[in-house]
Design a protein around this ligand. Sequence first.
Ligand code: GLA
Length: 380
Amino acid sequence: MERLITDVKSTFINTFNTEPILIFSPGRINIIGEHTDYNEGFVFPAAVNKGIVAAFQKSNSGKCSVHALDMDSKIEFSLDKITPDAPGSWTNYILGVIAEIQNRSHIIDNFNMVFKGNIPAGSGMSSSAALENSVVYGLNELFNLGLSKHDMIHISQKAEHNYVGVNCGIMDQYASMFGIKNNALLLDCRTIESKPFEINFKDHQLILINTNVKHSLSESAYNDRRSVCENISELLKVKALRDTSEDDLKTIKDNVTPENYQKALYIIQENERALNAAKAMQNDDLETLGNLIYASHHGLQHQYKVSCEELDFLVEQAKLNKHVLGARMMGGGFGGCTINLVAKEKVEAFTETVSKAYLRKFNKACSVYFVELSNGTHVI
Ligand code: GLA
């Protein structure tokens, strides 16, 4: 992290000859509650010690400039004509946030920004929310916009909807902004309020294993899942699937395809699982927590259908090892990481076996990450 800060700061000073404001904005993990956020349900994420470091200062050059150090890519633009760039460009995360700030009638002036991150791209740890939050947080500081953290996460989320084209929920932006060191947050995505849970699994720990794949259909499939959920809510005459039960769902069984029925059923069950996971944690019952995590993956794989061969393989490998209490895909799906609850003493043996098996099977390496739970977006 120190290295990252030094890189960003020295590049900024060398380029612009002035001291910047520095912001750290973290990525996130999610223990359980996947795809429940846009159904106004419960999720259980935590901010991590990997993220984006961004430097900001006002500019008097008559334009804005942003330098993405990782990609060694720069843009310059004028604040009076912000429009989306080509789909897939990193610049949309920045431009989207600026556009949303302007849409809310806040006035910002020209600025320079340099940023760099250490969240592996496509890992499902939400480097996008980290970047959006760093921009809105930095501009709020620089121009005294008076935005609350809640305002800021909604700006970040809208940027993702309108400029990136992913109709995401609020989990990633919330976790990245509101994270608390050593805690996971049980977030109610309707009230946007959370309850912190100190995470100390004693002789167990959470580890991430990255498939190092990101299948291309992920964005359209994500938006598609979201519309299925909204259509079924409408049929059930509820605001969101969070308001419904398995029994309610049965009443419309004949009006939806079997595939979509399973998707809605998954959401109802996953929402329950997130709440039950919180209870299990309160009771120090890691076995139950682990089983809920496995059940979550089963639902994501077979009912919600957002997993992929590589993720399923990693979870199957985990199941073969009795020292792993639970494992599942994490995030939107179609690639990225699994999250695993593993006995501390057996982590090395487990990750070694899995890594070898993965390499044999896919002729490609997976990566293992140990993360610490960290505070949310803040000034360094
Ligand atoms: C992505 C989205 C989140 C959430 C997860 C799935 O990370 O950005 O809002 O829906 O997928 O739980």
